[in-house]
Design a binder for this molecule. Structure first.
Ligand code: ZN
Length: 188
């Protein structure tokens, strides 16, 4: 496969941009990995399991938490990465002015109405988050909270409907692994 040089350059720019913006953030996992790991994983899941080759989708995946978790503005995103990427990131951004439980419910409510590209990012994000809950959970989360998290992710994913066969298969395998590791629910 031959890549467009401009596309590759923009993707590298997005990785650098995200690494700088999230540089002081760590994931919640017990070994507190750098936040950028999650962003690279989500884009890699799209590429490897979803076969996604759409550049705006991959770039938006790298930037998907930037509006929610850093002071970056939509205008800044549009200036550097264009209107489509900005719009995709906005679609997968929670309104942080709302209480956490409301935001979680809104993710479930909004899932069916996301654009097809935003659904891809949302599913890859949930795959990585559930994988973290299985293999590197936050040290202070009791079992019930881990189970509740996976159940909530499951409700969001159910709302996405049909997204992409490769990603759906990977999500299903991840969920099965979560049930096995957390010893909860039926294991198919
Ligand atoms: Zn994320």
């Amino acid at each position: 496969m031959v890549f467009d040089e401009d596309d590759l350059g923009t993707l590298l720019h997005a990785l650098h941009f995200a690494a700088e913006k999230h540089q002081n953030q760590r994931r919640k996992g017990a070994n507190a990995p750098p936040y950028i790991n999650h962003l690279i994983h989500v884009a890699t899941i799209l590429w490897q399991s979803g076969g996604v080759r759409d550049i705006p989708t991959l770039i938006a995946a790298v930037l998907h938490d930037i509006l929610e978790d850093t002071p970056t503005t939509s205008a800044e995103l549009e200036k550097h990465f264009g209107a489509e990427v900005m719009g995709l990131v906005q679609e997968v951004t929670d309104d942080k002015s709302l209480p956490k439980e409301v935001r979680k419910q809104l993710q479930i409510d909004h899932a069916p109405h996301l654009s097809p590209k935003a659904k891809l990012i949302k599913l890859a994000d949930k795959i990585d988050n559930v994988t973290d809950v299985i293999h590197n959970p936050p040290a202070d989360w009791p079992h019930a909270r881990l189970v509740a998290y996976v159940n909530w992710a499951e409700a969001v994913v159910a709302g996405l409907g049909r997204v992409n066969p490769g990603l759906e298969a990977r999500y299903k395998a991840t969920l099965k692994e979560a049930r096995r590791v957390l010893q909860w629910g039926k294991v198919e």
